[in-house]
Design a protein. Structure first.
Length: 284
């Protein structure tokens, strides 16, 4: 599997990174979370994803403390602006606040967190200005379905939309029906959040599935690693699993050499088939 993907503007983006949703919000787990992030960076996971919404800035602040010890240019930092802040009146203030918390003077990627009431044309214009100023290297969106992707790419400058970050894992394959193929045709990668199905009963069903256990055993990996391998099998997908523990981060970093064969995929598709019709975009 390729470890990087080239964006439309030529920027090379790592295909495996670390999510930070809920990280930084608990003082009792702060040190272990920082250690997990450092472990991931040192294991080669140089992509770190966050958002101004995560802990109202606490996630960005946590990351800022960690990355000050590393060469900034070796990292790929992604943050997101809230829809209500994604217009000309507020976006610059939001970005500058994120940069301050992250202790950096630029972002590698800036995303609109989800569609909002501010016209996309205005948001795209602002993103393009920030890119021209060197404040961000690339921009994209998050939680956009196919019709919304068509809309954002149709406005002036919209063709520069670099990624769309959406929920995607083996138990939630709705994007495979139309959104993922559409993005592949337009060379816009998918950033998969929660690729390990970090959610209650669904995750439990995946982890305890006997067929998945057999496939994982065949490759001498855990089912959680298998879930990560599944989304990374498509060259157009970037994965950002979240973990508070360095042990789990190290497990995530070891999936590159695993390749699922035709038999593996037949078993997986039979147990957890992709939908044969359009389904609403999953959002957590």
């Amino acid at each position: 599997m390729e470890k990087y993907i080239q964006l439309t503007n030529g920027v090379m983006m790592p295909r495996l990174g670390m999510g930070t949703w809920f990280l930084g919000e608990n003082l009792h787990t702060r040190e272990s979370e920082m250690e997990a992030l450092r472990t991931g960076i040192e294991a080669g996971m140089r992509l770190i994803d966050t958002a101004e919404m995560y802990g109202n800035g606490l996630s960005e602040q946590l990351i800022g403390q960690v990355i000050r010890d590393y060469d900034r240019d070796s990292l790929f930092i992604v943050s997101k602006v809230l829809p209500g802040n994604a217009g000309r009146k507020r976006i610059r203030k939001s970005l500058n606040h994120s940069l301050k918390l992250l202790r950096t003077d630029y972002l590698d990627m800036y995303l609109l967190h989800w569609p909002g009431s501010i016209p996309l044309e205005e948001t795209v214009m602002c993103m393009e200005e920030l890119a021209a100023e060197g404040k961000i290297r690339a921009w994209g969106v998050s939680n956009f379905d196919t019709d919304e992707m068509e809309e954002v790419t149709s406005v002036p400058g919209g063709s520069h939309c670099a990624v769309n970050q959406v929920l995607y894992h083996l138990g939630s394959r709705g994007i495979e029906y139309d959104l993922l193929p559409w993005q592949e045709r337009h060379n816009i990668p998918v950033m998969a959040y929660c690729p390990l199905a970090q959610a209650g009963s669904l995750r439990n069903g995946l982890v305890s599935n006997k067929k998945l256990l057999a496939v994982a055993d065949k490759h001498e990996i855990s089912v959680m690693q298998l879930l990560l391998v599944f989304v990374l099998q498509r060259d157009s997908v970037i994965a950002i699993p979240r973990s508070r523990k360095k042990e789990h981060v190290l497990e995530n970093a070891k999936v590159w050499d695993v390749v699922l064969d035709k038999e593996d995929m037949e078993i997986i598709n039979k147990e957890f088939p992709a939908p044969k019709r359009k389904v609403p975009l999953d959002i957590v």
